[in-house]
Design a protein around this ligand. Structure first.
Ligand code: HEM
Length: 187
């Protein structure tokens, strides 16, 4: 059964997700080398700057396994493979742990979409080489997602925490849209 925190996170960000999914246009971009490179650059900047901001709040959280969920190292390899350039750092400020978990919800949730993208790329014959970051967990995606949500429930259960979780998640979607679709981050 879905928890209160997860239901509210999902409901509050559904429109953000759907707009991002539509605008980012991943399947078209991964099929074209220039657009593919810019996509990898955007994801690299997003994860690098988000990880820097989240680490002070989340690195020591029991059961989260923050280090293993960091994706910027694999992204650095994908960036080099795409002959991409690391974008400028854009520091992200977070007010506390629930907000950091809300931001991480966006990055972890993207692994669910990554599975769909991988299947679709295979169907259309587009290579996923150099796009490992889109599907970092493979067959472990489901269990890792559920483990992440359990940590959210353990550390952000009260009303104030849920409000902060949602603020962090909406911020995450705004940052993703800015990095991946080239619009200024708002909200
Ligand atoms: C073409 C691009 C995308 C597709 C096709 C896609 C597709 C999906 C699908 C099918 C799910 C639901 C999976 C399930 O319920 O089992 C999902 C969930 C999610 N996606 Fe995406 N997605 C895309 C891009 C993104 C991006 C770029 C982000 C963030 C950077 C993102 C963040 C999330 C989040 C946070 C969830 C979890 C929602 C929940 O709480 O259930 N997605 N996506």
């Amino acid at each position: 059964m879905i928890s209160e925190a997860h239901r509210r996170l999902r409901d509050a960000t559904r429109a953000d997700h759907d707009r991002l999914e539509h605008r980012v246009d991943i399947l078209r971009r991964i099929a074209e080398p220039q657009a593919r490179r810019r996509l990898v650059e955007g994801f690299y900047g997003l994860h690098r700057d988000a990880e820097t901001a989240m680490a002070p709040w989340l690195a020591d959280l029991p059961d989260l396994d923050f280090a293993a969920r960091r994706r910027s190292a694999v992204l650095a390899g994908d960036l080099a493979a795409a002959d991409g350039r690391a974008p400028d750092v854009e520091p992200v400020e977070l007010a506390g742990r629930p907000e950091a978990l809300g931001l991480m919800y966006v990055l972890e949730g993207s692994t669910l979409g990554g599975q769909v993208i991988r299947r679709e790329a295979a169907r259309t014959g587009v290579t996923m080489t150099g796009l490992g970051f889109l599907d970092p967990y493979g067959a472990e995606t489901g269990p890792r997602w559920r483990a992440f949500l359990a940590v959210v429930d353990a550390w952000a259960a009260g009303e104030d925490d849920i409000v902060s979780l949602i603020a962090g998640a909406r911020r995450g979607f705004a940052l993703a849209e800015a990095r991946l679709c080239g619009v200024p981050a708002v909200g």
